[in-house]
Design a protein around this ligand. Structure first.
Ligand code: AR6
Length: 170
């Protein structure tokens, strides 16, 4: 299998014409700010309706940190949104395994769906305060190790600082 083709763009994840886009969600799956807010706002109410159905079914307790689950992408250009819950940064505890797990599990779900192209935001680096350089290192490493066979895996960075951090990690 071919090595993953990992690309970087500075931009908005809701505008990516990819098979799947990853959402930096929280365990409620019921929306929030940042990437999550933008995805629900632009994707429309179908996404939230499907999240509510997940909560009423297998995800009664919510989605655990480091796990991932897919819904429709509603009105977004993508076909699917893969919701994952990043760990909150904690300087007193190494939660890198959980951040790597978000990326690995999102790829696993993407494969199950048959997605060939997947866009990732910089998970945990906003409200959850993970230092961007460290998050970039973990994200790039995990996609390199686990992203075999995809046509394109794209990091979508919202600002120049994040873009530069991911460029350095790549
Ligand atoms: N496109 C791409 N990147 C974005 C966008 C966008 N439209 N908007 C923000 N970013 P965050 P987290 C960047 O806070 O840290 C939510 O309330 C942003 O600059 O979205 O994992 C959830 O419901 C940052 O670099 O996610 C959770 O409660 C990165 O995306 C919580 O925030 C991630 O920032 C999750 O926090």
């Amino acid at each position: 299998m071919a090595k993953p083709n990992i690309t970087l763009v500075q931009g908005d994840i809701t505008e990516q014409d990819m098979d799947a886009v990853v959402n930096a969600a929280n365990s409620s799956l019921l929306g929030g700010g940042g990437v999550d807010g933008a995805i629900h706002r632009k994707g429309g109410p179908e996404i939230l309706a499907e999240c509510r159905r997940l909560r009423a079914g297998h995800y009664g307790r919510g989605l655990a940190t480091g796990q991932a689950v897919a819904t429709t992408a509603g009105r977004l250009p993508a076909r699917w949104v893969i919701h994952t819950v990043g760990p909150v940064w904690n300087p007193g505890e190494d939660r890198s395994v959980l951040l790597a797990s978000c990326h690995r599990e999102s790829l696993r779900v993407a494969r199950e769906l048959g997605a060939r192209t997947v866009a990732f935001p910089a998970i945990s680096t906003g409200v959850y305060r993970w230092p961007i350089d460290d998050a970039a290192r973990i994200a790039v490493q995990t996609l390199r190790e686990e992203g075999e066979g995809f046509e394109e895996l794209r990091f979508v960075l919202f600002n120049k600082q994040a873009y530069d951090a991911f460029a350095a990690a790549l």
